[in-house]
Design a protein around this ligand. Structure first.
Ligand SMILES: N=c1c2ncn([C@@H]3O[C@H](COP(=O)(O)OP(=O)(O)OP(=O)(O)O)[C@@H](O)[C@H]3O)c2ncn1[C@@H]1O[C@H](COP(=O)(O)O)[C@@H](O)[C@H]1O
Length: 94
């Protein structure tokens, strides 16, 4: 799981740097309202996750949770934060 998150975060950082055509991630960094789009997605997907959990729909829970994690990592990158910032906070709670 750690590798999956690290690999995904590395792709997100690369998209931020290179802004390739056709990349959804790059479009979030390139557009003036990209941050709003990410925040809106996080809100929508959280609601969808809650509904999936109420339905006990495990496939949908995994799908919505993955959407949230991806957009959360994009948000961290937008704020020039890293996965280490998240790890440090989680570790501090142990
Ligand atoms: N994990 C993701 C990822 N999750 C979601 N999305 C995009 O986020 C957008 C919104 O996702 P949603 O699930 O909300 O889309 P939706 O169809 O409206 O779904 P619902 O609202 O109904 O849940 C869609 O365009 C998705 O393609 C993602 N886009 C990219 N990634 C990762 O980022 C990598 C780089 O992608 P590009 O930047 O597009 O090259 C990919 O290889 C993936 O690993």
């Amino acid at each position: 799981m750690d590798d999956t998150l690290e690999d995904l975060f590395a792709v997100i950082e690369d998209r931020k740097e290179t802004l390739p055509d056709g990349s959804y991630t790059a479009s979030l960094f390139a557009h003036e309202k990209g941050e709003n789009a990410v925040l809106e997605k996080l809100g929508e997907e959280t609601t969808e996750l809650v509904l999936a959990a109420k339905d006990d729909d495990h496939d949908e829970i995994a799908y919505e949770a993955a959407d949230i994690v991806y957009h959360l990592l994009v948000l961290l990158s937008m704020k020039d934060m890293t996965l280490e910032d998240l790890s440090e906070e989680l570790d501090a709670r142990k």
